[in-house]
Design a protein around this ligand. Sequence first.
Ligand SMILES: Nc1ncnc2c1ncn2[C@@H]1O[C@H](COP(=O)(O)OP(=O)(O)OP(=O)(O)O)[C@@H](O)[C@H]1O
Ligand SMILES: [Mg+2]
Length: 248
Amino acid sequence: MSDISSEPVFEFRGVSKSYQMGESTVYALNEVDLQVREGEFLAILGPSGSGKSTLMHIMGCMDQPSAGEVLLDGEDVAKVSASKLARVRRSKVGFVFQTFNLLPKLSVLENVMLPMLYCHRKRADARKRAAEVLEMVGLSDRVGHMPGQLSGGQRQRVAIARSLVNDPRVILADEPTGNLDTASARRVLELFGELHERGRTVVLVTHDPRVADVAHRTIVVEDGRVSESGALTSFVGMVKESDGKEVR
Ligand SMILES: Nc1ncnc2c1ncn2[C@@H]1O[C@H](COP(=O)(O)OP(=O)(O)OP(=O)(O)O)[C@@H](O)[C@H]1O
Ligand SMILES: [Mg+2]
């Protein structure tokens, strides 16, 4: 369960990510301050192009900011070397990419085994565990397929299985139900719910407010800036309440 007294897993302090495009600078993230606590189930909402994937990539140590501090378990990962960043990522984070990022020349089973092999786990153990997580996402009958032989929704589920294979403390998923039918989406959300119940920190990007309903906290990204939707709701509530009281 989420616990507001638990330690922050992530802390962003004044984080910006900008790109130089000819004469102009594009800010994908603009001075973001954010804390995500151990055991939270957080949903990130926001329009297309608002900076959600950029935020997730920086959280997941896939990318580094142009400015600001990014603390992961209290350690600033904003400026560490690429190899150190990869080590941190492998040991702590499971990541589901919006575009899946499966390796086309490896089978479904091999794609899911890969994060374990990077962590120097035995091949036989990796094979057994990969088969287990593929069963969890309902793909036991596709282990020998190549990614190119799968549907979009099946590829998405392989990406989810791969993110879970090392049993990470933190699971970051960028639109994990975007390509799924209603039944598969429900199963995937239940799976994230179970992981959260088992104490994992789960962060999901979604366009779907129904997906956000299963999360315990929602933030909104707009034009590279982050706001708490809970704070927004209580702010609207306060305005209504004070409106009522002030009418005399
Ligand atoms: N490599 C890049 N070079 C230049 N601009 C970029 C680059 N990557 C992202 N951007 C810009 O940063 C902004 C945020 O992109 P991002 O992918 O984070 O959006 P998003 O909220 O995930 O959108 P979507 O919901 O469509 O996935 C966009 O305007 C995008 O064009
Ligand atoms: Mg995105």
